[in-house]
Design a protein around this ligand. Structure first.
Ligand SMILES: Nc1ncnc2c1ncn2[C@@H]1O[C@H](COP(=O)(O)OP(=O)(O)O)[C@@H](O)[C@H]1O
Ligand SMILES: [Mg+2]
Length: 422
């Protein structure tokens, strides 16, 4: 590279001036020219010296500019690095968000999107497409259009059907420094809305379950109170019915309590003998089965150690056995406990009424009963299997059912025997 110090124009001027001066002297000595040539030479020398001075100053100024340019260049370079690093950080930040984020033009064309957006809409190459193309949601497209038109933040809860059913809380707003750009952020609130629905349904169902027996208790008590002529037999029937309804209310409140404590308290993790738990609970149901004329068979190892919450596991076994006895009129109940691939496997099989296949996916829901009246009359609350499922899942296990209508059912609970990540 050519250095600016390699070329020194003032020396060139000095050499030219010296040559002019020497030439003038030579010419005057030879007498070819008059003395005025001397003056011309001196003038040339003075002009050359002035030019040397000017050129030297120019050279210094040029050197200053070069220095400044160099430092500006290095500042620019470090600024570019900083901008690139900031862009990378923004990208990392946006990619780390669970919510899909888009930067769009005012017409809804996507200019940039984070990784969540790609995953969420199952679309690898989003840039250049419109919000409508990607989401197949007219509502989302319209939300962007509204934000662009009003030049302000707009929000909406949008139901998406592509690539799957979801509810998103979406907001769209223009970029502060560029009115041509829009930010669109979508928050997935499907699970939140589902939980809210479960809670409201639960409260409504629980109130309904409480109201029905209380209404019948009240009307029967009123009749007994008001009607002095009531035959003894009717009076006694009413009183036993009142006791039955009160027992049902007690069972319901107990189940509600079990469910709420299982949901709110952390599952205890203590070493326990599950074989002992099963044998202990079975004692009660062997008697109840005998009373109904049903056989009860229990096959469990001497010990089966696992980590869990003893009180909660008692509830699991109790609920499964009580269903088996309740929904079986004749035949046999068979309970087996074994180990399989590091898991404790409890199977409760009955030869009862069975469950039609259309009901099977719903029987673990709270208050879901195939035959409401039958469950109620036999003292069921509709909460048993939802308690079982909740507790088993909290223990890192699974529960499933195989059933055939009028043939019987098998409920299988699998529980890890080691302490897993819970
Ligand atoms: N062993 C079984 N045989 C037939 N149906 C059953 C059995 N266990 C549960 N069910 C069905 O599942 C429903 C829900 O069970 P559960 O949650 O324990 O409530 P319930 O209090 O009614 O027993 C029952 O109402 C019944 O219809
Ligand atoms: Mg039950």
């Amino acid at each position: 590279m050519l250095k600016h110090t390699d070329f020194r124009p003032q020396w060139l001027v000095a050499v030219v001036a010296a040559i002019v001066l020497l030439a003038a002297m030579a010419f005057s000595l030879t007498g070819a020219f008059p003395g005025s040539v001397w003056w011309l030479g001196i003038g040339a020398l003075a002009a050359s010296l002035a030019m040397i001075g000017a050129l030297s100053r120019m050279r210094n100024a040029a050197q200053d500019w070069i220095r400044e340019l160099r430092s500006a260049k290095s500042e620019l370079r470090s600024l570019t690095h900083e901008i690139e690093a900031a862009e990378r950080r923004m990208q990392n930040l946006a990619d780390g968000l669970d919510a899909p984020v888009f930067v769009c033009g005012k017409d809804g064309t996507i200019r940039w999107a984070n990784e969540s957006a790609k995953r969420f809409f199952n679309f690898e190459d989003l840039v250049g497409r419109t919000l409508l193309e990607v989401s197949l949601s007219v509502d989302l497209q319209q939300l962007g259009a509204k934000a662009a038109q009003e030049d302000a933040l707009v929000r909406a809860e949008i139901q998406l059907s592509h690539p799957q059913e979801r509810i998103v809380e979406t907001k769209a707003y223009p970029a502060a420094d560029d009115p041509e750009l829009l930010f669109v952020v979508a928050n997935d609130i499907t699970e939140l809305r589902r939980l809210e629905r479960v809670r409201t349904d639960f409260v409504a169902n629980a109130s309904h379950e409480l109201r029905t027996p209380m209404a019948s208790i009240r009307s029967m008590a009123e009749t007994i109170l008001q009607d002095d002529e009531l035959p003894e037999e009717t009076r006694n029937r009413f009183l036993s019915r009142i006791i039955f309804e009160v027992d049902r209310l007690t069972a319901l409140s107990e189940d509600l309590l079990v469910l709420s404590s299982a949901e709110s308290q952390k599952t205890a993790v203590e070493s326990l003998d599950f074989a002992d738990v099963v044998r202990y609970v079975a004692q009660d149901f062997i008697i109840r089965a005998q009373e109904k004329g049903i056989e009860f068979e229990l096959d469990a190892p001497e010990t089966l150690l696992l980590y869990g919450d003893e009180g909660q596991l008692v509830q699991v076994v109790q609920n499964l056995m009580s269903n088996a006895v309740r929904y079986t009129q004749q035949g046999k109940i068979c309970v087996t406990l074994s180990t399989e691939d590091g898991e404790a496997v409890l199977k409760v099989t009955d030869t009862g009424i069975g469950i039609a296949s259309e009901h099977v996916p719903r029987i673990f829901e709270r208050f879901y009963r195939v035959d409401r009246a039958r469950s109620r009359e036999t003292g069921g609350t509709g909460l048993g299997l939802s308690i079982v499922k909740h507790i088993v899942n909290a223990h890192g296990g699974t529960v499933e059912v195989e059933s055939e209508l009028n043939v019987g059912s098998t409920f299988t609970v699998r529980l890890p025997m080691q302490m897993g990540d819970r």
